[in-house]
Write a protein that binds this ligand. Structure first.
Ligand code: PNS
Length: 167
């Protein structure tokens, strides 16, 4: 099988990466030759972390996975994937409620590039409630998120929120 058919792009905001994302990356890395975790640089959702910070956190959390690399992108995902010779896009699905949005994106991406296929991987049950948004909210309000995100992310969330409350 040509290498490009075993290369997948896992795109997202990753603001910040959670244990749910990490679980999906680890499972995907077992069945694919290479996974590129690609964080959207200029996210309209006004991210808490800069693209560099998000990439650093992903790199630290995936340092033990030799077939996973980290990158960022701007513009259309299909252009980024094409530029890397990738034909697979990876997305996690936590619940049925995710499916509508994910299907819409997958079909739009297919419309834009017929060479690309989206693969949905179901989230593990223990992470099915987890999202970056909820992690940020709990952390901002002083809750402990250390079991929900990699250790370096937990430390950065505390630091970020204490800087924001001082500033
Ligand atoms: O983690 P998210 O925020 O759900 O990720 C969404 C993401 C980054 C995958 C999506 O917004 C995206 O691909 N943006 C790039 C712009 C693009 O290609 N849009 C058309 C696809 S609908």
């Amino acid at each position: 099988m040509p290498a490009s058919e075993q290369l997948a792009i896992y795109p997202g905001s990753f603001d910040p990466i959670t244990n749910g994302h990490l679980d999906l990356i680890r499972r995907a890395a077992k069945i694919l030759n290479h996974v590129v975790v690609a964080t959207l640089r200029h996210d309209t959702k006004d991210p808490l972390f800069t693209a560099e910070e998000r990439m650093e956190m992903i790199s630290q959390a995936t340092a033990d996975l030799p077939n996973v690399s980290v990158d960022s992108f701007d513009g259309l995902l299909v252009d980024y994937a094409r530029g890397h010779g990738a034909r697979l896009i990876l997305r996690g699905i936590r619940a049925v409620s995710d499916y509508e949005y994910e299907l819409q994106m997958a079909l739009m991406n297919r419309q834009l590039s017929t060479e690309l296929e989206t693969i949905f991987i179901p989230a593990s049950e223990q992470y099915s409630y987890l999202s970056s948004r909820i992690v940020k909210e709990v952390s901002r309000l002083g809750g402990d998120v250390s079991s929900l995100v990699p250790a370096s992310v937990s430390a950065r969330l505390i630091e970020k929120h204490s800087n924001l409350s001082v500033g």
